[in-house]
Ligand binder design. Structure first.
Ligand code: AKB
Length: 319
């Protein structure tokens, strides 16, 4: 079979996606690409390089006979606001390189969009698939641009590119990135380390979220769906659970009743306020059968156990 290249392979999504792809397609058929951060215990093929370097990525495509790219490399919302030029360069120019390679070598592509593509003028509740998209962050601007590029490359060059507007994704295998929804992962580190957390969002900041296993399964299902089922070439709305920090804290308190939370909203609250609270994902459900499995209580339990085990292993290794 042709091989699968994953950029951003050791990021929050990549760390879990690569393992699932290896299980499904074989360890020899998955190439993990990362710009700088490496996991020493990684089992599999790994390449170090930058998605902005067209010649380098083209070299990988030829060397490994790549047929599919999961192009995950990119900066998140908060990190992008710190370095808008870099965010544009990586998020947009990196994607253009991947799309041009896909056009030339007939590669199938997955690229993640985000709820950050929405903005203050988007309806807050049950956001439809087609709606107003006027994001306020450079990250959101790069996501709307990316979605339109994907649709353009599909319409003009028949590139088989597929995308999801990811909600906040919560997993424990990789360290959380520099995003806004990531409080919902950081809170578990606070819980395990000191039974407390200082939250940078208000208690009622409701956001669309999803447990990582659902996101990984949904991503692979989208990529495996027959092209005849794909009617959206921008980014599919995908929903699972929407919750506020206060609702998450209530779940955490069922596991650790003395958990303490301090709310100190900062600039990230404004970003959260510009995003919707709930998403209408009926198109993804109808087109390719999307269904989430984890609710808030299940997600809270697995994140609690996962982060607890991870930190215990880390501590043991440092002793
Ligand atoms: C972020 O908060 O920046 C990301 C996202 C919703 O895309 N988690």
């Amino acid at each position: 079979m042709k091989s699968i290249l994953v950029s951003g392979a050791f990021g929050l999504v990549g760390s879990e996606l690569v393992v699932e792809l290896q299980k499904k397609y074989g360890i020899k058929n998955v190439i993990a690409l990362q710009r700088n951060k490496f996991h020493n215990d990684f089992q599999g093929i790994v390449e170090k390089g930058d998605v902005r370097d067209f010649k380098f990525i083209e070299g990988l495509v030829r060397k490994y006979n790549v047929g599919t790219i999961y192009h995950l490399a990119g900066l998140l919302s908060v990190g992008s606001e710190k370095q808008p030029d870099l965010a544009w360069d990586i998020n947009v120019n990196g994607l253009i390189n991947i799309l041009n390679l896909s056009r030339r070598y007939k590669i199938k592509v997955f690229w993640p969009s985000s709820i950050a593509a929405f903005g203050n003028t988007t309806p807050k509740l049950e956001v439809p698939q087609h709606t107003i998209m006027e994001p306020t962050t450079i990250y959101g601007v790069s996501k709307v641009t990316g979605e339109l590029l994907c649709q353009y490359y599909h319409n003009r060059y028949r590139v088989d590119v597929r995308s999801i507007r990811y909600p906040g994704l919560n997993g424990f295998k990789a360290d959380p990135g520099d995003g806004t929804t990531e409080y919902a992962i950081h809170i578990f580190y606070g819980l395990i380390k000191k039974n407390s957390y200082r939250c940078y969002l208000k208690p009622d900041a409701k956001l669309p979220m999803m447990y990582m296993d659902d996101a990984i399964r949904g991503t692979i299902e989208l990529m495996e769906a027959s092209p005849s089922k794909i009617s959206v070439r921008t980014g599919y709305n995908l929903a699972a659970i929407s919750f506020t920090p206060a609702e998450l804290v209530a779940e955490i308190k069922k596991l650790s009743p003395n958990f303490r939370i301090l709310y100190k909203p900062d600039h990230r609250q404004k970003i959260a306020e510009s995003w919707p609270k709930t998403i209408d994902d009926s198109k993804a459900r109808k087109d390719w059968g999307w269904r989430e499995e984890y609710d808030l209580a299940q997600m809270t339990r697995v994140l609690y156990e996962g982060v607890k085990t991870k930190l215990a292993v880390k501590k043991k290794n440092n002793e």
